[in-house]
Design a protein around this ligand. Structure first.
Ligand code: ADP
Ligand code: MG
Length: 402
């Protein structure tokens, strides 16, 4: 028995009412959607349900209206974008439960799609109120959970509904869960993890979880400086959390005990000022960083060594850039290692999964997003998964399948 049910288990749904939780929390400027990635992620599930003859009711949150109606955060603002991306007409319903939704269901034909109002207009949503979930469920026959990026929140529309209706993972949720399972829960070994980014403090739980699971832990970015400093290396003016030296030591000890090899850079790219192509730019051994210099990227020798590590691995999970990639040439290591991972993935020797806001931007910059096995845009939910946490929305789907 699979861990969760999918649309394949849904059976005959012609004329049935299906609630689909999507993530439509898109960025807007001057009244229009500036990035429709999340709407596009909803397309396969919504169209499959509609094409199978269901009456589709889309549920989503939008912004942070804190349990009150706020016209500036109404999902009616994204209906044009949703219709455009789906290529279908979508009816907007200014409620999520009650008689207005019931009347809408009455006039919808098989295959019609409606978008319900922002779930967060109702205080019961974030409170995960069972009564609200029952009221929403009263108008439907099944619940499809398709927003992994919202699954780390136990809300009525992400978790509660799975308790009161037959619950299924949508295609986007299914793809995300299958990719993440292959990367960390049940991966082919050896497994490498790349953890980079600015600060150790923001990813402590991630590091602690990974050292017990992966064979190689590659630490880059600003957080590598904290580990280097903990080992007694003078990192000059680099971004560094000196107060976390002891924590860094504990993570290194845990890695040692668990048979996980930690890779810290042994050469680095440094500069005295943080600017594009600064005059003071140079590459040096980590032991040669001057007191007035900052480490801003992993050096060329280390990049080569890390590429060799990836070549021996079957699985890669990546969160956080190796350097200050927004500013050239400190994108060099991130771009190089990303391209190595992409090439190994194309050859079929590596399963590569990456996620994180800046990580996705860095992989886009390297031009390899579509060459990784899976790139998660889920942000907070992706990080919680990397921390080994059980996401409530996922747990509810699993419970519904038992
Ligand atoms: P993600 O969003 O993918 O989880 P983070 O937010 O943790 O990643 O980290 C990304 C940030 O880390 C980037 O803005 C990058 O410039 C910064 N960064 C990486 N390496 C360094 C470094 N050596 N010094 C300062 N900042 C760095
Ligand atoms: Mg970030």
């Amino acid at each position: 028995m699979a861990r969760f049910k999918t649309l394949d288990d849904l059976g005959e749904i012609r004329g049935k009412v299906v609630l689909v939780r999507e993530d439509l929390n898109v960025p807007m400027a001057d009244g229009s959607v500036t990035d429709d990635t999340r709407i596009r992620a909803a397309v396969p599930t919504v169209l499959e349900l509609a094409d199978r003859g269901a009456k589709v009711l889309i549920l989503a949150h939008f912004g942070r209206p804190k349990g009150q109606r706020d016209p500036r955060q109404s999902l009616s603002l994204v209906i044009d974008a949703v219709q455009h991306v789906l290529g279908r007409e979508v009816m907007f319903v200014p409620e999520i439960a009650g008689s207005v939704v019931a009347q809408t269901v009455g006039i919808l034909r098989e295959g019609d799609i409606a978008l319900l109002e922002n779930t967060r207009f109702w205080p019961g949503e974030e409170a995960n109120d069972a009564e609200l979930a029952r009221q929403i469920a009263a108008n439907a026959d099944a619940y499809v959970s398709d927003a992994f990026s919202a699954a780390h929140r136990a809300h009525a529309s992400t978790e509660g509904l799975a308790r009161v209706l037959p619950a299924y993972a949508g295609r986007a949720m299914q793809a995300e869960l299958e990719a993440l399972e292959k990367a960390l829960d049940d991966p082919e070994h050896p497994v490498a993890a790349v953890v980079g980014g600015a600060k150790v403090s923001s990813k402590l739980e991630v590091l602690k979880h990974l050292v017990g699971r992966v064979d190689h832990l590659i630490i880059g970015g600003g957080m590598a400086n904290t580990f280097l400093a903990a080992r007694g290396i003078d990192v000059g003016k680099s971004l560094c959390e000196h107060d976390l030296a002891e924590t860094a030591e504990q993570i290194l000890d845990a890695a040692d005990a668990g048979g996980c090899t930690v890779h810290l850079p042994y050469d680095v790219v440094v500069a005295r000022e943080f600017a594009a192509n600064p005059h003071s730019l140079r590459t040096c051994n980590v032991h040669e960083v001057a007191p007035d210099e900052m480490i801003l990227d992993v050096g060329p020798q280390a990049i080569e060594a890390l590429a060799d590590v990836l070549k021996t691995c079957r699985t890669l999970v990546w969160n956080g850039p190796l350097g200050a990639f927004e500013t050239p040439p400190f994108d060099t290591a991130t771009v190089a290692l990303a391209r190595t991972a992409a090439a190994l993935t194309r050859e079929g020797s590596l399963v590569s999964v990456a996620g994180g806001g800046d990580t996705v931007a860095a992989l886009n910059h390297a031009g390899v997003v579509d060459q990784f096995s899976y790139v998660s845009t889920a942000g907070g939910a992706f990080l919680e998964w990397m921390e080994g946490k059980t996401l409530p929305g996922v747990a509810a789907l699993e419970a519904a399948a038992r």
